[in-house]
Design a protein around this ligand. Structure first.
Ligand code: HEC
Length: 104
């Protein structure tokens, strides 16, 4: 019985949210900047399932600031993050990503 209790105590609960690390995002310049700027509010899943071109990512940064209260991204940091997003989560990186599977 004691062994069973110990096993239960040591087993990670299946419902615990997995903490994310920057390495969940593809490696490259901007990986860490993007991770820390974006995971203050939500996980990277919402980013990883997206496929936007640079202009749309850029516009999304303003939306995130104006509507969601993200600290304004400007200058070099903004360029690095938007370049990173466009490179790794652009429409051509994965044509299936971001597409509605219920539409032709
Ligand atoms: C201040 C909080 C906050 C920060 C910081 C933040 N977001 Fe968001 N983001 C949100 C909220 C809130 C939503 C809406 C979530 C929902 O609809 O469930 C959202 C939605 C999104 C979406 C989905 C938009 C769509 O139209 O499909 C993407 C993509 C996204 N965020 C990317 C990012 C990226 C990239 C960063 C970092 C540069 C970032 N977010 C930083 C709050 C934030």
């Amino acid at each position: 019985m004691r062994a069973l209790l110990l096993a239960l105590a040591l087993a990670a609960p299946a419902w615990a949210a997995e903490p994310e690390e920057p390495s969940v995002l593809p490696a490259g310049p901007g990986q860490e900047e993007t991770f820390y700027a974006c995971t203050a509010c939500h996980s990277t899943a919402i980013i990883r399932r997206s496929a936007f071109d640079r202009a749309r990512w850029d516009g999304l940064m303003d939306w995130m600031t104006e509507v969601q209260g993200m600290p304004k991204l400007e200058g070099e940091e903004r360029r690095v993050i938007v370049d990173y997003l466009a490179q790794h989560f652009g429409p051509r990186a994965n044509p299936a990503r971001g597409r509605n599977p219920f539409l032709p």
